[in-house]
Design a protein around this ligand. Sequence first.
Ligand code: ZN
Length: 467
Amino acid sequence: MELKNIVIRGGEVVGPRGVRRAEVLITGETIAEVGEVEVPPDAETIDASGKLVIPGAVDVHTHLDMEVGVTRSADDFTTGTRAAACGGTTTVIDFATAYRGESPAKGLANWHEKAQGKAVVDYGFHMSITELTVPPEDVVAEMAEAGVSSFKLYMTYPERLMVPDEVIAQMLVAAGRAGSLVCLHCEDDAAIARLRAEALAGGHTEPRWHARSRPPSAEADAVARAVRLAEEAEAPCYVVHLSSAPALERVRTARERGLPVFAETCPQYLYLSAERYEGETEAAANYVCAPPLRDPWHQEELWEGLRRGHLQVVATDHCPFNTYTRRAGLQGGGWRDFTQIPGGLPGIETRLSLVYQRVLDGDLSIMEWIDRCCTTPARLFGLHPRKGELAPGADADVVVFDPGFERPLVADTLHMNVDYSPYEELVVRGWPVLVMVRGTVVAANGQPRGAPGWGRYLARGPSGHLD
Ligand SMILES: [Zn+2]
């Protein structure tokens, strides 16, 4: 069968060498050419005049259909990836988890089952390890074979997820040697445990105590420990959802010493602050996440870190819960106790446009915006050159982005399966008007078009290097 040709013309194409007026020729599922292309006579033409043509965005931190206590995150692989598509994200990497007593192979099989036939955009998996029952080299080799080249280890959540430093050290060594990457949730659990116990003993159970018991110092201390463990292991490491200035400082100084320490932040830490915990309890509960939202001054530091490349990635940590779920709490016992509120925020749909607002302000260049949201995430996690860049031979994951498209980020018109939006009062300028995954339209004008099941599993190559 003849492959279908599509040409996108008239737009400003954001490519590896800059922004320029160019055409993008798609043949079948692949980008055939970028530049002044010879258009085949049978090609379908898409007019992108006045628009930016950019690579599909890559979100390397999502939690779809994840069990949390007695509940689960509100988006499954269909609703979550459909929302991702509407916002211009064409690849997600979700966190498969091997809970205690489960092998990584079992954990991975569970997540394949959740995603199978449901995703609208392409997807890969990290593997979260909660214990080591076989040699770490075996885990790393088995997962690499299955296309999983990154791991997540938790330095907190002792009930279900935390591993001791010894396991982190072993995994860093094994992963580093094999070209895989260890991602770390950095919050010092000893400090948190002490502060939580103190808060509860004092009768302080409101959501604001969630933030007060997880201070920036606990994050910074854990980042420092992660850096030391990675340095000793001579391995790269990746700090997920970095939220505060002192933690950023630890990453910056490590990188200035030449260490391969990478870090992501998320839109909630760039846009929202701990003031959200000060309202009435029910509303405040909707902003519980870990690390928590910080005082407003951290935001500018994080933007500055992004601009200067001390932070390399913006991901979402998308893990939505509906208001009624928060109210029920983890044990079904109610939200009046901050330790029982399931944590996480919706964001899979809104990341690309939220970061673009700083391009409008002149604080980030278009190239930096695309780099942090598309290219570097793909490169760091073994998806490049297939994903993250508009270049011949890459998958035709293409977004036509209208810089003039204005919309309020209200829950009613977004597609995440959740009854509130953290950005309800915000009107953004710039939104994807056409989103393709491998040459097939999955969203248009912010509305879903794709069919569940079009999204394909991505076996990833080596992770943890940008060269
Ligand atoms: Zn997460």
